[in-house]
Design a binder for this molecule. Structure first.
Ligand code: ACM
Length: 558
């Protein structure tokens, strides 16, 4: 049985040697690619990716006979919309006979996933960017797959604010998500430590907010500093490229601009955005430390207008067809400055809202309505529930399941991403060798046993769980290789959770998954992923002497 990840709903393959005379395998030697109507995207992807690994040109059949006797083997791509009714959206079938391979998608996304499965079946060398040994024979087992996802939102959030990931790295992550049949990349574009997207009308957001002179090396308890300046941002053209590249791979990019907290980089660039009557915001710099920061946006009309300007440019870059959702953050907004600010207190009276918490929800509700007027949907961290939301708004449930349960019961759509289960910045083993260890110990098995739909949800509320995402906060991930280490192999387990219809957590066949991971590690090797090996970090993956959080003896979530 091929080691497919995520596990398909149904698969049946001959074992090699089952049939007489090679009857159980399809040998592919520069096959023809017969792409039916509407399948051009997947045809292009196959030519590009399989072409690179195999040297195949994958020519169209032209006048040649495509099936049977004597000719070259054929890979045929077909859209079969009725599959959507029987198996669901994004579903596919894959059939392999001795002479041909048929990929059928319910829709273009389903067809693309059929092609991803085909690539897995061809073996780890199919992930190379140049052919392996010339004359190598590519074999597929005869058989078939019928498959489709459990959830429509299968995501990963990448924090490119704390540590910037250059464009190339983001494109690479799009490919890595797609290889695992994941379909949402949530980009956390702004935070206290950096503003990462060009906004043409406010150039200082990236000129000033796009870099910091130094960074704490390790987490809060660490006394060490990395004195190398850190920075970078995506130009608007970079964003267009990322969005288009992702769309070709059926990955939706959801942008996040975090308000009204996590905003010190913006305030450093434009001091009038801060609470100028209680702090000298002109003296603030982009933050070089980690944690929750008290420098939050001022609750003024001028600040709302400023951010409308930001979102106007953002909506152009992230068209509704790609993602109707726009993430506004809303998490961890300390209220000290609003309590101390005469201006903020005056706003509370003017608006008639319930104290500082009421101000926060006034802020979020403003953008809820503003986005809805433009045909978009607001999504935010679960703090946005406090104070009520417009019906179309959705919630990313991060402080456990409770926010998601409350939101779903109230009829809001929910993306489950509880920090206790799927925060991939958290350490994956308890040993002293884990680099800059953070938070809970969450092993590959723990992630495999994550269940996005809590059992106590009513069926009606459960239908509001759009899916789940794994979140990758990068305070202690200074480069792509550190990101890889935290993300893999756990993202493979996560992908199976959101794609496959696994039984209840305690009944999941983790041993079976681990056995399939044997083959999957070879794919990750071919892709150049710096995953955490099952035996623990390699010497250069360790960060000896650099403290994470918590330190010895503290509870896991401080
Ligand atoms: C979060 O982890 N502050 C959303």
């Amino acid at each position: 049985m091929p080691e497919l990840i995520p596990e398909p709903r149904y698969a049946r393959f001959a074992r090699e040697g089952d049939g007489d005379d090679g009857a159980d395998v399809c040998v592919l030697d520069d096959p023809l690619l017969d792409a039916g109507p509407g399948t051009g995207g997947t045809a292009r992807w196959l030519r590009r990716e399989l072409g690179a690994a195999t040297g195949w040109e994958l020519p169209a059949p032209a006048a040649e006979r495509t099936y049977g006797g004597g000719g070259r083997a054929v890979i045929r791509l077909v859209l079969r919309p009725e599959l959507a009714r029987s198996v669901g959206a994004e579903s596919y079938e894959l059939h392999v006979t001795r002479r041909w391979v048929l990929l059928e998608g319910a829709d273009p996304a389903g067809l693309f996933y059929a092609a991803q499965t085909l690539r897995q079946l061809l073996g780890p060398e199919a992930y190379r960017r140049a052919p392996a040994a010339p004359g190598r024979e590519w074999r597929l087992p005869v058989g078939g797959v019928q498959d489709g996802p459990r959830f429509g939102w299968r995501g990963m959030m990448l924090d490119v604010a704390r540590h910037f990931m250059p464009k190339d790295g983001v494109l690479r992550y799009v490919d890595l998500l797609a290889a695992h049949k994941l379909n949402v990349l949530h980009l956390h574009l702004t935070d206290d430590q950096g503003w990462r997207v060009e906004i043409k009308r406010y150039p200082r957001l990236t000129e000033v907010g796009g870099w910091r002179p130094r960074s704490r090396w390790g987490h809060r308890a660490s006394p060490l500093w990395n004195e190398t300046p850190h920075g970078g941002f995506y130009t608007q053209d970079d964003i267009r490229e990322i969005v288009a590249y992702a769309a070709e791979r059926h990955v939706r990019v959801v942008p996040e601009i975090d308000v009204p907290g996590h905003s010190q980089a913006a305030i450093a660039a434009y001091p009038e955005l801060g609470n100028t009557d209680v702090v000298d915001t002109g003296a603030l710099e982009v933050w070089d430390d980690w944690g929750v920061n008290e420098n939050v946006l001022a609750p003024t009309e001028a600040v709302l207008r400023f951010y409308e300007g930001v979102f106007e440019e953002l909506l152009e870059l992230f068209p509704a067809e790609v993602s109707p959702f726009v993430h506004v953050g809303g998490d961890e907004c300390p209220k000290e400055q609003w309590r101390a600010s005469a201006l903020a207190q005056e706003r509370i009276r003017e608006l008639g809202v319930d104290g500082e918490d009421g101000l926060q929800s006034w802020f979020i509700r403003h953008f809820d309505g503003w986005l809805a007027e433009r045909g978009r949907r607001l999504i935010g961290w679960d703090e946005i529930l406090e104070g009520g939301l417009a019906p179309g708004a959705a919630v990313s449930s991060w402080r456990g399941y409770a926010g998601g349960i409350a939101a779903a019961e109230a009829g809001h759509d929910v993306v489950m991403c509880p920090e206790q289960q799927v925060y991939l910045d958290h350490r994956q083993a308890g040993g002293a060798d884990e680099p800059m260890p953070i938070g809970y110990v969450r092993s590959l098995e723990d992630v495999y046993r994550f269940e996005p739909v809590p059992p106590k949800l009513s069926a009606q509320a459960a239908s509001h769980v759009l899916g789940a995402q794994a979140n990758v906060w990068t305070e202690v991930m200074e480069n792509q290789s550190r990101v890889d280490y935290q993300v893999f192999p756990r993202l493979a387990a996560f992908a199976e959770v959101v794609w496959s219809r696994l039984p209840d957590p305690d009944e999941r066949d983790y041993a079976g998954f681990e056995a399939r991971m044997g083959g999957h590690y070879r794919r990750l090797d071919a892709l150049g992923v710096d995953y955490r090996p099952p035996g623990g970090p390699l010497p250069w993956q360790r960060r000896p002497g650099v403290l994470g959080r918590p330190i010895e003896g503290e509870p896991p979530n401080v």
